[in-house]
Every structure is written in C-alpha cells, then in structure tokens.
Design a protein around this ligand. Structure first.
Ligand code: AMP
Length: 366
C-alpha cells in the first residue's frame, strides 16, 4: 500500500487544528479545506485550500492533494462525498456521516443496532406535532432533524401553551423526543480499525444553554454503568461497520443508558484526552488514517475540561499567563471572539469535580 504522507481534512476549525497538531507530531503532513482564510487549522496545516464544503471541485482538490481524507465536520453533503469515496482514500466513508446527519435516521439506526433511545416521532407540521405530543407526552424536546448543533434548532415543550414555541422550527422536518430527566450526561469516544476498537475513558458532560461547559472524567463512580456504556458502544460501532472515530453522547437515568446523538469525528468532550489520557482522540484518529496500530488509552489522573467560550476568553488568557502545573490552556486562535463561540478549552489534570467547583468555577462567567 502507498505510504500515507498527507492527510486531507474537510474543515479547518479547532478539531482540524488539533488533528493537524497530532499529525505533525507523528511526522504526517496535513491539508485542510475551509472557506475562512483565517480558519484555526490553517495556522498548523501544511496547506489550506480556501473553499466551501459544498463545492465539489474544492473537495476533490483536497482529495487530490492528500493520500487519505477525513472530516472534522458532519454536514459534508453526500452527493459530493459519495462519488469521491470510490476514487480516493476516504477510509471512514460516507456511511457514518449519513447515519448521523439526520436525527430521525440517527435514532432509528441506534435502535436497530441495539441501543436504547428516548421515545421519538417524526414531526413535519402542526398536525403531526399534535399527534406526536399525544403519543410521547410532555415535557418533550422538539429538534430540527438536520443541521442542529449545540442546542440550536431545539425547543423544550413543557405544556400545551408551549406548542406555539414550536412554530418557528416547523418550517423544516423535525423530531419530537421524550424529555429524559437524566441524572447526568456522558459521552464516549472510540477509534476503530479492522482489528480493534479502542475507547477513551468516559466523561460526564455538563452543558450550559445547550453547549458543553465541563467534561469530568471519570464520569462517575458507578463502574457498572460505565462498563455497560463502553461495551454497548463498542458493539454498536462494530455492528454498524464503522471505522475511524466515533463519539456517542448518552443520557443516564436510574442506571438506564439512553442514546442521544453521535458524531463520526473528534468530539469536544474528548479534548481532555490530550493531557488527561496516555494517548488522545486526535492522535489515535491519525494513527488510524496512516494505518498504524491503535493504542489502548488509559486515564492519567482524574481530569476536568472546561470549555472556553467568548465570554471567558480573557480569563483563560490570564490563566495561561499564570503557568500553573497540570493546568493546560488551549486557545484556538479564532480572530473574532463572541459570547457562546468556542474559543478554547482548559484541561485540569489531577482534578475532580468538587475541587474544580471549589477552586476554579468562580473565575469563569456563570
Ligand atoms: P443535542 O443537540 O441533541 O445534544 O441537545 C443539546 C442538549 O439538550 C443535550 O446535551 C441535553 O442537555 C439537552 N437535551 C437534548 N435532548 C434531550 C432530551 N430528549 N431530554 C432531555 N434533555 C435533552
């Protein structure tokens, strides 16, 4: 097989940046495709193609300049990627993207492959919304089927009066889901090749306004839930025939595990692995892409990852200047900072949730 010297990355955001950083450590070149001249990954990649993800010529140019191609972004259109999958080395293929691009398809697929999901129903208009509410009950969560992220394109419906809130979403196909009053949210990141699936220690995720705020690892002391989550996730990945990287987000309630969503790319909740684990999600993705054997990760110490949104950027810069042992500040170099925009993250190795709450939480915007 041809030696893989250059990885192409569809997308040039922070995930692309961190893939490129790990590729560089392994002596592998990277090219990214991103429409923004100042895309974060462009500062690290060897080449940057300024182009759109829905421009077939730009995506093909990325493939031509690469020995293998991956994506850091889930909304790559199938009509562009599918023809290229036959012509170029895109080892994860289009299937995991296809299965995750539509929340209805994603949940059906999860069920077919053995995972429990919240109850759900397709909603296309007011009549189907009423029918879905009658079947699922309230409270429930209405979400757009495609292109939703970080809580965008969703509304929690708690009472009949809230159905009016749904109107702005109903212009596009939606899904209504049972509201799960979860004890906690957790996620797992896995990397698989033909031979094995390796998975990173599971984190407990705390969201604020639909955006990940904290990831706490290990997720909780209940080893039984984590063992089951890990086993069922690895079985799911195999059963679906996916390779490469996959993250799954779950809700946990009374020891029951509910699939929420998945992403076939590195995941925000896996950023802690860079320092908190013996190998990290970006490195193992690169190793998969260059056909090196995968390494089983181990947690170095309890770790907390804090996402840095625009409103916390200045605090993060101050923390970086303080040079504190086992506190790792990552800033993505985005030229424009806005509230709620992911600008960086901080990883606290050797820290648990209580210590974080006592010593650190107050430094960040509530
Ligand atoms: P999502 O984009 O589907 O990950 O939703 C963003 C966040 O909204 C999740 O991380 C949960 O905190 C919350 N959420 C989404 N769906 C549900 C649900 N069915 N029940 C309870 N909370 C939910």
């Amino acid at each position: 097989m041809k030696k893989i010297e250059t990885i192409g990355i569809i997308g040039g955001g922070q995930l692309g940046l961190m893939i490129a950083e790990q590729a560089r450590l392994l002596g592998v070149r990277t090219v990214c495709l991103d429409p923004a001249e100042d895309a974060p990954a462009a500062a690290v990649c060897d080449e940057h193609i300024v182009g759109r993800f829905d421009d077939p010529e730009a995506v093909e140019e990325l493939c031509r300049r690469s020995d293998t191609v991956t994506y850091e972004f889930e909304n790559v259109p199938g009509d562009i990627l599918v023809p290229l999958c036959g012509k170029y080395d895109i080892p994860q293929g289009y299937k995991p993207l296809y299965d995750s691009q539509d929340r209805l398809r994603e949940k059906r697929n999860a069920r077919e492959h053995g995972l429990r999901t919240p109850r759900f129903a397709a909603v296309d208009d007011e009549a189907s919304l009423r029918a879905a509410v009658a079947e699922i009950g309230l409270p429930a969560v209405l979400k757009t089927r495609t292109l939703g992220y970080d809580g965008h394109g969703q509304a929690v419906l708690r009472s009949e009066a809230d159905l009016a809130k749904a109107a702005p979403l109903l212009g596009v196909p939606c899904i209504l889901e049972e509201f799960v009053p979860f004890d906690y949210e957790a996620s797992i990141v896995m990397v698989a090749d033909r031979e094995r699936v390796v998975s990173f220690p599971i984190g407990r995720n705390i969201h604020r306004e639909g955006i990940l705020d904290l990831c706490i690892v290990p997720a909780e002391p209940d080893a039984d839930v984590l063992d089951r989550m890990r086993a069922q996730s690895e079985r799911f990945m195999r059963s679906c025939g996916y390779e490469g990287i996959l993250a799954i987000e779950y809700f946990v309630r009374d020891g029951e595990i509910y699939f929420n969503e998945m992403a076939p790319r590195p995941h925000n909740s896996g950023h802690y692995t860079i320092e908190g684990s013996t190998t990290n999600q970006f490195r193992e993705l690169v190793r998969y892409l260059v056909r090196q054997p995968l390494e089983e990760p181990r947690l170095v110490a309890p770790t907390v990852m804090k996402n840095i949104l625009g409103q916390d950027l200045e605090t993060a810069q101050r923390v970086a200047a303080e040079q504190i042992e086992n506190v790792y500040v990552h800033l993505y170099g985005k030229s424009e900072s806005r509230p709620k925009r992911k600008m960086g993250h901080i990883t606290f190795v050797g820290m648990d949730a209580e210590t974080y709450a006592r010593d650190w939480a107050a430094r960040f915007v509530e």
